[in-house]
Design a protein around this ligand. Structure first.
Ligand code: GAR
Length: 202
């Protein structure tokens, strides 16, 4: 029997530690899928380096080099070519163009390092999120995995986990604590999607 493996495409902009956690989970047999490609807007991203070191197609696609429409069409070309079953944003700091969302509706997920709907929206990424949480004297933060739609951080919430941050004395300490949980949670949520235990449809 030749069962087709579930294929994910990973979009990432930065160091790629969530990508690495996904790769580790696949290699340890905890996540049953294959990474069809890694795409980044940033040619220097750690994520592309990690992909190359694992012989995963590593694609650099930056809107800076294109007119808006050509960029969107190129992105769709990549997706039509690699045909992922799911697109996984792992620290992708760009808004996914609406043309792509329409074409891949309910097939794109994101991980956000806070408890949405709080601390989400434009500009709320990476350390900015943790700084806002820290400055608001929150006692807890967390991790949210959600479906991506046309608006930043507003799609259906698939999973949330709270994290006590009363022992954290800086945004960086919160970031570190939250990231550790992200690395455990994201592969687990993806596996549930692969198994059909979580539905992305509203
Ligand atoms: C992660 O904390 C992720 O949740 C966050 O960026 C970091 C990327 O780290 N994403 C966002 O803030 C999206 N709004 P990584 O490159 O090491 O995976």
């Amino acid at each position: 029997m030749n069962l087709k493996r579930f294929r994910i495409g990973v979009f990432a902009s930065g160091r790629g530690s969530n990508l690495q956690a996904i790769i580790d989970a696949i290699e340890q047999g905890e996540l049953n899928c294959e990474i069809a490609f890694v795409l980044s807007n940033n040619s220097n991203s750690g994520a592309l380096e990690i992909a190359r070191s694992k012989n995963i197609p590593a694609i650099h696609l930056s809107e800076k080099k294109y007119h808006k429409e050509n960029f969107e069409l190129s992105l769709i070309d990549v997706l039509e070519n690699y045909k992922p079953d799911l697109i996984v944003l792992a620290g992708y700091m760009k808004l996914v163009p609406s043309m792509v969302i329409e074409r891949f509706r309910n097939k794109i997920i994101n991980i956000h390092p806070a408890l949405l709907p709080k601390y989400g929206g434009k500009g709320m990424f990476g350390i900015n999120v943790h700084r806002a949480v820290f400055e608001s004297n929150e006692k807890e933060s967390g991790v949210t995995v959600h479906v991506v739609n046309e608006k930043y951080d507003e799609g259906k919430i698939l999973y949330q986990e709270k994290i006590d941050i009363t022992d954290c004395n800086s945004p960086e300490e919160i970031a570190q604590k939250v990231l550790k949980v992200e690395h455990r949670v994201y592969p687990q949520v993806i596996q549930k999607i692969v198994d059909g235990k979580i539905s992305l449809v509203d």
